[in-house]
Design a protein around this ligand. Structure first.
Ligand code: UDP
Ligand code: MG
Length: 138
């Protein structure tokens, strides 16, 4: 089924100038961009986006990391897009992510892992609405 998912190219990805490489992998796999923008995230929106982690000891570290450089956010569309993009990203911890995955090839550790991607169709709908206005999607 054709569906949409949401990604963030995180500050580490931007600082290492890897956005092009990561987008190339996603586009080459057949994902089509529907929306895209450069944004500096603030604590308010990050606290909402990472609400499921707010009681974890590393939560303050996520806020600091995710706001330290502007990020690229995008909505991608394609067959089974949510699962396909999660598979291309690999597991959360870059040191355990297999070679050939985005996190395995470009990530540093469990925090600096290059990319966020929605983890379910329901989350994708919520995250797209959180970060994009209807008029920003083509
Ligand atoms: N994170 C972290 N330490 C951890 C687990 C997660 O810094 O022990 C960060 C990491 O950047 C991760 C984000 O928090 O991508 C969101 O965590 P989640 O468990 O939702 O992982 P994801 O869905 O990104 O794979
Ligand atoms: Mg997650």
């Amino acid at each position: 089924m054709i569906e949409r998912t949401f990604i963030i190219l995180k500050p580490d990805c931007m600082e290492k100038n890897m956005a092009g490489k990561v987008l190339d992998r996603l586009f080459t796999k057949g994902l089509k961009p529907v929306g895209m923008k450069l944004v500096r995230l603030d604590d308010r929106i990050l606290t909402e986006h990472y609400a499921h982690l707010k009681d974890k000891p590393f939560f303050p570290g996520i806020l600091k990391f995710m706001s330290r450089s502007p990020v690229i956010m995008a909505v991608l569309e394609g067959e089974d897009a949510v699962n396909v993009v999660r598979l291309l990203c690999g597991p959360t911890n870059s040191t355990q992510a297999p070679a050939g995955t985005i996190r395995g090839d470009f990530g540093k550790d469990v925090q600096e892992n290059i990319i966020h991607a929605s983890d379910s169709k329901e989350t994708a709908v919520t995250e797209i609405a959180r970060f994009f206005k209807k008029g920003e999607l083509c």
